[in-house]
Design a protein around this ligand. Structure first.
Ligand SMILES: *[C@@H]1O[C@H](CO)[C@@H](O)[C@H](O)[C@H]1NC(C)=O
Ligand SMILES: *[C@@H]1O[C@H](CO)[C@@H](O)[C@H](O)[C@H]1NC(C)=O
Ligand SMILES: *[C@@H]1O[C@H](CO)[C@@H](O)[C@H](O)[C@H]1NC(C)=O
Ligand SMILES: *[C@@H]1O[C@H](CO)[C@@H](O)[C@H](O)[C@H]1NC(C)=O
Ligand SMILES: *[C@@H]1O[C@H](CO)[C@@H](O)[C@H](O)[C@H]1NC(C)=O
Ligand SMILES: *[C@@H]1O[C@H](CO)[C@@H](O)[C@H](O)[C@H]1NC(C)=O
Length: 574
């Protein structure tokens, strides 16, 4: 049966649950009837009615023979589904309390504000979580506030992570990228069904943070996505950073396979063996191998599979081959908004970079030069790079006013990590998008506040917003990480309200300034003006600025690649 012929069935039934009155809404979809709950929400003094549908299956459970395969669309339901609670999160290490993890995890959630009239169509925002492609779950991001405040339909989705999402044998036996295919199948499901929930399929925005930002850019570069969405918001991430792809999935799969005593004669024997290992045992094997330094902490990542990803993600925006050009030409058809936080560099405070205790981290200049810079270079560029690269980075990231002051060494260390792992990739993505796009707009922000209400315990000596700290602002503090209730300060809620308005405006029109004008006049980014919105505690039009951190973006985007060219190496080697 065609989806469109099902039409819209919005029947209101009333159920009596005890003495309280719970209202149910039913919607017909391509998989059958889905029942959601009607809730009255009061947020920032305004009452709204929301239709909430949680735990909708968009794929068959990827278990048994379906493990390590592309997701299979969900077969029609045999009975109406009560979509009243989040379903399982995808199997992963680092599990949160009170969340159930399972391989059977391909569910999405819909938060649909009640419309003024049945013909009104609402813009749609699809959230893709981050977590290094190794963790994360949609049940953490509660959508009540963003959806009613922005008057948008919010969809949150689960996708497979870690080995379940990204195992690859580097050949057709297990090409990898299952997590990206999961995202895409959910996006297709939204395209096929969201009109029945009141959504406008001409106004769909995909947005995500960190690995979720990498994911939305991957989706934007995948030619199979033409027509499925119109806009992209990437918070702190893209596809070019070292953490967003790998070419070592096979090596890591073999490492797990050998610890699981698999027959590794062929990709086929390895795959069928890994398919039969219990899910929690696989997670345990990854954790143990990472502890013993056989594997990096997050080994399983997107990879070139010549199917979802046909280009080298790290160099896709260099446009030096046709596959990159095709992908980037599609990407340029989307409106694009991206940005980073002031404290992205705290991502460098981990063991993989030689920092064993972030709390007491206070490197001296010698240690910075001889150990810490080379470690970053190795993680980012591998073993075979000219030693002059580390020297250049050390010189660039020295505060020459007072170079031996450990506070300055530490501050420059953080700047180096933020630039290398996040900021340079943001500029590469922005520059390419704004240059190539024929008609669409490009927007940049820099999130630079000192939060008072924190989801995570911060680092006592670092006060600015670290990686991920814009999330509570985007979701109106409706995030449940450790089931804690957040009590933001007034300025924080005011800023959150502004950010939700900007994001929802962008979803509606591709322009964060309209239709709900908060008086900012945020100008689009292009390579000449390099405008960005400096997000601080008090947002005014004076926060629209130009050329943030450009010297160091140029350093990573133009000088470092020139040094890494083979001809440059031979000239510079001692
Ligand atoms: C929401 O509020 C309306 C108007 O006050 C009321 O009629 C309705 O019963 C409420 N619905 C729920 C689910 O509480
Ligand atoms: C989470 O918090 C809510 C409200 O404080 C409480 O009712 C609920 O039982 C908690 N859930 C878990 C699993 O701890
Ligand atoms: C991981 O290591 C611990 C401690 O050595 C061991 O008890 C456990 O069985 C290992 N897990 C797996 C899945 O091998
Ligand atoms: C610099 O730090 C390293 C590593 O902590 C330490 O071994 C070395 O002694 C320190 N050097 C000076 C001069 O303090
Ligand atoms: C460089 O060091 C000086 C002296 O310690 C300090 O005042 C200045 O803020 C530092 N510059 C940066 C960019 O951190
Ligand atoms: C922000 O505005 C408030 C009140 O308008 C003012 O007290 C505060 O100093 C301002 N903060 C900054 C960082 O400009």
């Amino acid at each position: 049966m065609m989806v469109s012929t099902l039409g819209i069935v919005m029947t209101l039934c009333t159920l009596f649950a005890g003495s309280s009155l719970a209202q149910i809404v039913s919607v017909s979809t391509s998989i059958g009837v889905i029942n959601g709950k009607i809730e009255n929400i009061t947020f920032l003094g305004k009452s709204s009615t929301l239709h909430r549908f949680l735990g909708i299956p968009f794929a068959e459970p990827p278990v048994g023979d379906l493990r390590f395969k592309k997701p299979v669309p969900k077969a029609p339901l045999r009975a109406p589904l009560d979509a009243f609670a989040h379903n399982n999160a995808c199997m992963q290490g680092h599990q949160r309390q009170s969340v159930t993890y399972s391989e059977d995890c391909l569910y999405l959630n819909i938060y649909a504000p009640e419309r003024k009239s049945p013909v009104e169509k609402l813009p749609v925002m699809i959230w893709i979580y981050g977590g290094a492609f190794a963790r994360g779950d949609s049940s953490m991001y509660l959508g009540d506030r963003l959806s009613v405040h922005g008057n948008v339909i919010l969809v949150t989705l689960n996708y497979r992570v870690s080995i379940f999402g990204f195992l690859s044998t580097g050949d057709s036996v297990s090409p990898g990228n299952y997590g990206l295919w999961d995202q895409q199948l959910a996006i297709k499901w939204v395209h096929d069904n969201i009109a029945s929930f009141g959504g406008d399929i001409e106004k769909v925005t995909i947005f995500g943070q960190s690995a979720g930002a990498g994911s939305v850019v991957y989706q934007g570069l995948h030619t199979g996505n033409k027509g499925l969405f119109q806009r992209i918001i990437a918070e702190s991430g893209s596809v070019t950073p070292w953490w967003a792809s790998t070419d070592k999935n096979l090596q890591y799969a073999k490492s797990i396979g050998s610890n699981a005593n698999c027959n590794m004669d062929t990709s086929m024997t390895l795959l069928s063996c890994l398919r039969n290992v219990q899910a929690d045992k696989l997670i345990g094997l990854i954790a143990n191998s990472s502890k013993e330094d056989q594997l990096p902490q997050y080994p399983f990542l997107p990879t070139i599979d010549n199917d979802f990803i046909m280009f080298d993600p790290r160099r896709v925006f260099d446009l030096d081959n046709q596959l990159s050009r095709d992908a980037v030409n599609l990407f340029a058809e989307f409106d694009f908004l991206t940005g980073v936080n002031a404290g992205e560099g705290v991502g460098g405070l981990y063991e993989m970079f030689g920092v064993n205790d972030m709390m007491s981290f206070m490197p001296n200049r010698t240690d910075f030069k001889n150990r810490l810079v080379p470690m970053l270079v190795q993680v980012e560029y591998g073993e075979h790079v000219p030693s002059v690269l580390s020297k250049m980075i050390t010189i660039e990231y020295t505060n020459w006013t007072d170079p031996d002051n450990p506070l300055n060494v530490r501050a420059e260390y953080l700047r180096m990590h933020g630039d290398a792992s996040f900021n340079a990739g943001m500029y590469k993505t922005l520059d390419t998008h704004s240059t190539i796009t024929p008609t669409k707009k490009t927007y940049m922000y820099y999130f630079d506040i000192e939060p008072e209400t924190r989801l995570w315990h911060g680092i006592p000596w670092y006060h600015k917003a670290i990686h991920g700290e814009e999330l509570v602002f985007v979701f109106g503090y409706d995030i449940s990480y450790k089931n804690q209730t957040l009590s933001p300060k007034k300025w924080e809620m005011d800023l959150s309200s502004d950010i939700m308005t900007l994001w929802a405006n962008f979803a509606k029109t591709g322009n964060p300034n309209s239709p709900d004008d908060i008086g900012l006049h945020w100008l689009p980014y292009n390579t000449d003006s390099q405008h960005y919105l400096h997000i601080t505690r008090n947002l005014t039009s004076a926060n629209v600025k130009q050329r943030w951190n450009i010297r160091r973006a140029e350093f990573w985007l133009n000088l470092v690649p020139a040094i890494l060219q083979p001809s440059a190496c031979s000239n510079l080697k001692p």
